[in-house]
Design a protein around this ligand. Structure first.
Ligand code: ATP
Length: 225
């Protein structure tokens, strides 16, 4: 265990025999706001999935708070916002149910659910993304941009220390992007760590402390703001 949210050295991910991540070194310190940029297919999503242990490394190593993903247990410290809402099971879930699922990683045998606290955290998350009035709606019936906000709220509800957001602004209208920038600014002011994938930083640009540009699965450029 240490206090470094993500540290990858020489990370390689192969897909269909090809290295789609090809020797990446990336250290994300607590409080960093790192933007991963690069063209389509550069390996940005692959990199965030590998950082979280969702894709295995063919070579190199990566650690979450000093522990390899396979051995990492403290998942309440990490909030992941994937590109889109998974359509698992065909059971329609309400916006509130999806957001409340972000609280699950906080529970353990020693830390059972506190319903009042869970409810308050879910309410705060729904408010933060402007979806309080849609809480009872079926998440799958919302627009793409609204679903993105549901996923952001789910991560917020878990109150993690580090957020990993895969294209949080893709397909999201300008007003919602500004709202997201405000939410992230508060998290960053509170010492949270953010890794985000973006094509265009837009209103998120002032928050970013470092940009890492990927090309062909490698770090092509790195810039500290
Ligand atoms: N499931 C998969 N099986 C095989 N190859 C894949 C798979 N997913 C992604 N790839 C390949 O891996 C490479 C990196 O893809 P990745 O999605 O990480 O790129 P990206 O930079 O996130 O792109 P985008 O901006 O389009 O999301 C691409 O060449 C892609 O075709």
């Amino acid at each position: 265990m240490n206090d470094v949210p993500f540290a990858m050295t020489g990370g390689v991910v192969r897909r269909e025999g090809r290295a789609v991540l090809d020797g990446v070194d990336l250290r994300v310190a607590a409080g960093d706001v790192v933007a991963l940029l690069g063209p389509n297919g550069a390996g940005k999503s692959t990199l965030v999935k590998a950082l979280l242990g969702l894709l295995p490394l063919a070579a190199g190593r990566t650690e979450i708070y000093g522990t390899p993903p396979a051995k990492f247990r403290d998942w309440r410290r990490v909030g992941y916002v994937p590109q889109r809402l998974p359509m698992g099971g065909g059971v329609p879930a309400t916006v509130r149910e999806v957001v409340a699922s972000g609280r699950v990683a906080r529970r353990s045998r020693w830390r059972p659910a506190d319903r009042t606290e869970d409810r308050a955290a879910v309410d705060r998350a729904l408010d933060a993304v402007g979806l309080a009035d849609r809480a009872r709606d079926s998440a799958h019936l919302l627009s793409g941009g609204q679903q993105q906000r549901v996923l952001i709220a789910r991560a917020l509800a878990g109150e993690p220390d580090a957020f990993v957001l895969d294209e949080p602004t893709a397909g999201v209208d300008a007003g919602s992007q500004t709202a997201l920038a405000k939410v992230l600014a508060e998290l960053v002011a509170g010492g949270r760590t953010v890794v985000l994938v973006a094509h265009e930083l837009g209103p998120l640009a002032p928050l970013v402390t470092r940009t890492v540009r990927l090309e062909h699965g490698r770090v092509a450029a790195e810039e500290t703001a």
